[in-house]
Design a protein around this ligand. Sequence first.
Ligand code: GCU
Length: 339
Amino acid sequence: MKIKSTARMLGVATVALLALTGCTAADAPKEVGAAEEVEIRLSLNQTEQHPNFLALTSFADEVRDKTDGRIDIQIFPNAVLGAQQETVQMVGSGTVGAASISGTQMNNLNKDFAVLDMPLVFDNEEHQMKTINDPAITGELFTSLESSNNLTIIGAYTQGARSVYNSERAVETPADLNGLKVRVQESEMHISMLTAMGGSPSPMSFGEVYTALQSGVIDGAENNSVSYVTEHHYEVAPYFSYTRHLIGADFLVLNSKVFNDLSDADQEIVRAAFLNSVTEFMSIWDAQSAEAVKTAEEAGSTFNEVDPDAFRSVLEPLVDGVLDSDAKRALYDAIRAAA
Ligand code: GCU
């Protein structure tokens, strides 16, 4: 009894210590009972008001409840653990257990992800959520980074349709973006996309955008209306133009060793809890998207429709360029078949 409880205490101490490092009990020498308890730090670059934080909190709560507290996922919002480009590396190395990562960064690791992060692939958020979380369509892609990068993808939330906004003028055609420096997410695809749309792309991390807009280092950015408001970009870039050039996604990425060390039953709990959280995410997303427009308009922002055909014609060649392999073409076809 004494030996058992000492081993148990050692296990708890190990978990507490590893929680500080972001590693898990699974990485530790196997003490009695130690491997059963896992604390996972999850890095997020959004605020506590953002739908990602709210839905990931429900996901973590369900996992904690269903495992009687054995799997404890702690969410660190506001990019306190780092920007996505760094945190995805930290998840791979095990310094952080999990992170919410934009498709753009996934595309930097495996070009096939570009199919899920390019214009004109998804008709709307419903089409995207139905296909992106379907193992028959994305199952192989979601495990493709396990041996190379030690990353397992559990699923994705939508980023909604992304549009451009700036401090200078309403944009209706690609010509209106001429001469405007617009922040893009850090990838070749996004640089090419914004160039094709007529602007001058300026890649930088999400957390730097507000100050860059405020100081005039950039004139604009592109994102959904929710981030436009949660990041306060509307205060410094009041012209929001509905280019809807891309429906992006945020992926829940776990360290593969952390995930594979869970029992089959626990892996299933994690997967099911994530899928349940997608439903909740979507209702929060819809409510906040509408609310965001109201908030920004009340503060003086204007929202305008653009010439959709003019943007479509400059984006189409980009899509053809992305689909340069059989694997990407097959993924694209499977998604389009479910449109
Ligand atoms: C959205 C998305 C984030 C991403 C951000 C960006 O807000 O949800 O994951 O980092 O766009 O533009 O960088």
